[in-house]
Design a binder for this molecule. Sequence first.
Ligand code: FUL
Length: 460
Amino acid sequence: MKNPFESNWTNENNGVPLHSPEVDRLISVLPSKRQQRLAEKPFYLFMHFGMNTATGREWGVGNEKVTDFTIKKINAAQWIKCAQSSGATGIILTCKHHDGFCLWPSDYTSFSVKYSDFEGDIVKMVSDECRKAGLDFGVYLSPWDMHEPTYGTPDYNDYFCNQLTELLTNYGTISEVWFDGAKGADAKAFEYDWQRYYKLIRELQPDANIAVCGPDIRWVGNEGGKTRKSEFSVVPSYLKMAETVAEKSQHAESDAGGMKKRTSTDEDLGSRDLLKNCPELCWYPAEVDVSIRKGWFYSKKTNFTVKSAKKLFNIYLNSVGNNCTLLLNVPPSDKGTIHINDAVALRSLGNKIEELYSKPVLVEKFGMLKETDGMLDFTFDSEKKLKYVILKEDIRYSQRVEAFDIFLKKENGNYVHVYSGTVIGSCKIATLKGKKCTGARVIIRQSRSAPVISEIGFYE
Ligand code: FUL
């Protein structure tokens, strides 16, 4: 039988080149500073709140009036408390959804909270509470606007930029701007001036990441919390265009409300085979957007569809633990608070995340591995029941690891193979379900040049 430890990146590298001009090209693709920061805070909440919360819809219909926004108060502090209890580090608020209703008193429309019975600026209330609690604050501004009369004319680009300017200047630091490509099938044909929007964001909030219809964060391709086996961050540059092209975007409300699985992109986005035919590459990490309950907006009818903490934790492991960020949607209700069912699920999720990191057996820091580091051996001080192995690459050196294996050392000195993985990236969590061992061996089988590992940790 073949020795399982014989082949690793230092000798065989799974038969693919360890060094070559092509490998150099791949590892020259690096994250920007803002993308590095994103990877350090990979879990944050989406909050869908607005006209639809009052009317009980998923998408507006275009003829809503300000008086339909019957919500009179919100408890933003409770929203933030719930977010904190889940371990999330930020919130992205739907400042304007497709119906066009603005949660802040925009100077450019009368279709906003200012003209409703609500007293105050919801964007300010939420961003102020975020700031107080040390959470990041991001904005969702729907490009598609069913209400605004200029929509469909070039003037709409001015309107949109004016609104962006308000949001990016009056509410402190903005961590992320979320651009949605969804557009109703009967919406007027219109080309958004994306480049102008991006330029404005870079000027006003240079640290903000622009997501989905934007250059910094890639939509994972579905709204069901699923990720690929290999979630690459180095991908073909043309993917940045994918969501801005109308055909790829959502055209019907049912696509969102029913959480229909959509795959706007293929399973393989970053293998060597695929990339070798792509002249331009970029760093474009995936974000998993998924709702805690059925639908994106609150409805009484969906109170019993709130996902269990176990399910949410699995989503966390498969997103944050699979080189993605997690944007978990928690929609506040028409009472202006987060419903108890969601609040309870968030707290239990937070407990599970805390537990995950609470019993480290051994956490070792590395750096660029040497040719003598084909096998990484770890010895524990006694027999342990391992639940997780968490591996992290130093993404300042791009993403290099393409395949690895984990073996556990049994008390009798034998090794058993327990895990095979592909991409590591900013974070890979391998789940081991309490396997007994006295040590471990990690073998990197395949890499793009020498792996640069920042950390490997073992947790009980
Ligand atoms: C979709 C929208 O149509 C949904 O209403 C929701 O905002 C989701 C996050 O994106 O494209």
